[in-house]
Design a protein around this ligand. Structure first.
Ligand code: ZN
Length: 157
């Protein structure tokens, strides 16, 4: 936990909570916000965007896309919050949500690219007490670029 400051956790959670309010989720009515802290200490956030074909974009995917569009490719810490429409998670009760399988794979892409494990903030026992998990715990023995012989060095950015 020493690699982050408590203020960074709060800032990241606030960003996820704020962007969650922009979610477009008329089908699931489950609004999700994701925020990523990068190696350069910038925050990128994204929300879920659904469509009638049920092939929507997840909040983590939106946040990753914002990060890549801004020229960064090194996520260090992720926060995901989710709740049904109408619910208002807060800094004290953010309702952390684990990334789904599809998003774990997308996040692992950038862990592969960077060469380090992504930290994910979760589990709050009381306000201000957080737990970090690593993406490799959530997606062990993952499929990645090495499986298909792709070297990502030149894509690191
Ligand atoms: Zn997902």
């Amino acid at each position: 936990m020493e690699k982050y400051h408590a203020a960074q956790f709060d800032e990241l959670i606030r960003a996820a909570l704020q962007v969650r309010l922009q979610a477009y989720a008329p089908y699931s009515r489950y609004q999700v916000g994701a925020a990523i802290l990068t190696e350069r200490l910038k925050i990128y956030s994204g929300c879920n965007v659904e469509a009638a074909d049920y092939d929507g974009t997840h909040a983590e995917e939106s946040a990753l896309a914002a990060m890549v569009a801004a020229g960064e490719r090194a996520p260090r810490l992720l926060v995901v919050v989710g709740a049904l429409e109408g619910a208002l998670p807060s800094l004290d009760a953010p309702n952390f949500t684990g990334p789904c399988g599809k998003c774990r794979q997308k996040l692992m892409e950038f862990s592969s690219l960077c060469g380090y494990d992504l930290d994910i903030l979760e589990g709050i026992r009381e306000p201000g007490v957080y737990k970090l998990r690593q993406l490799s715990e959530l997606l062990p023995a993952s499929f990645g670029p090495a499986n298909i012989g792709v070297d990502l060095k030149k894509y690191r950015g």
